[in-house]
Write a protein that binds this ligand. Structure first.
Ligand SMILES: [Zn+2]
Length: 189
């Protein structure tokens, strides 16, 4: 084996271990690491002390559009983009680093880890296959995960416009209804 090849293989083993430690499923490893399935399974068992779980990866864009997952996905993806596009880190290096930074942020704010590694990877793949776009919130100016080809000139994010508040800003009639409803709720408290 040439030195270059040996080095390449060592890097692949390193990547596999890192991904397994972060919670990757076998299908993620098979897509991203150029080691054969048998070796990946053995590595998985060594790192986790158990066989990789069976079953298919979640494959739906809907989850990323629900409130909490959307906020977490947008945070993760904005970190990834900064590392990959602005700092020029290689795709998988940027991915694992972004995922670590996302987890550190969640831990430091005592939040719940909503975005598992497999979900984060699925998100990346959705962006790479142009199923998602980033839409800029007109209220807070941050970027959020959105379905591709969605008109987003007046996009408002889930934080600025949480689903529990009834009406979106719109016709005056709707607004006053929301106001009176809010007033009622405040009274009851
Ligand atoms: Zn916003």
């Amino acid at each position: 084996m040439s030195e270059k090849k040996l080095l390449e293989e060592m890097n692949q083993v390193k990547l596999a271990i890192e991904l397994i430690e972060l919670g990757a499923r076998l299908q993620v490893l098979e897509s991203e690491v150029t080691l054969n399935r048998g070796r990946l399974v053995r590595l998985y068992k060594e790192v986790r002390g158990e066989s990789p779980p069976k079953g298919l990866l979640p494959f739906s864009t809907d989850w990323f559009m629900t409130w909490m997952p959307n906020v977490h996905s947008s945070l993760f993806y904005s970190i990834y983009r900064r590392l990959h596009e602005d700092q020029g880190l290689e795709r998988m290096t940027a991915f694992t680093k972004a995922y670590r930074l996302y987890n550190e942020h969640i831990e430091s704010t005592d939040g719940e880890q909503v975005l598992g590694l497999t979900r984060a990877w699925t998100l990346l793949r959705f962006f790479e296959s142009n199923m998602f776009q980033l839409s800029t919130c007109q209220s807070c100016q941050l970027e959020f995960v959105n379905h591709a080809h969605t008109p987003d000139d007046d996009y408002v994010c889930g934080i600025c416009n949480p689903p529990s508040r009834a009406g979106k800003p719109g016709p005056a009639k709707k607004k006053s209804q929301t106001k009176s409803k809010l007033a009622k709720e405040t009274k009851n408290h």
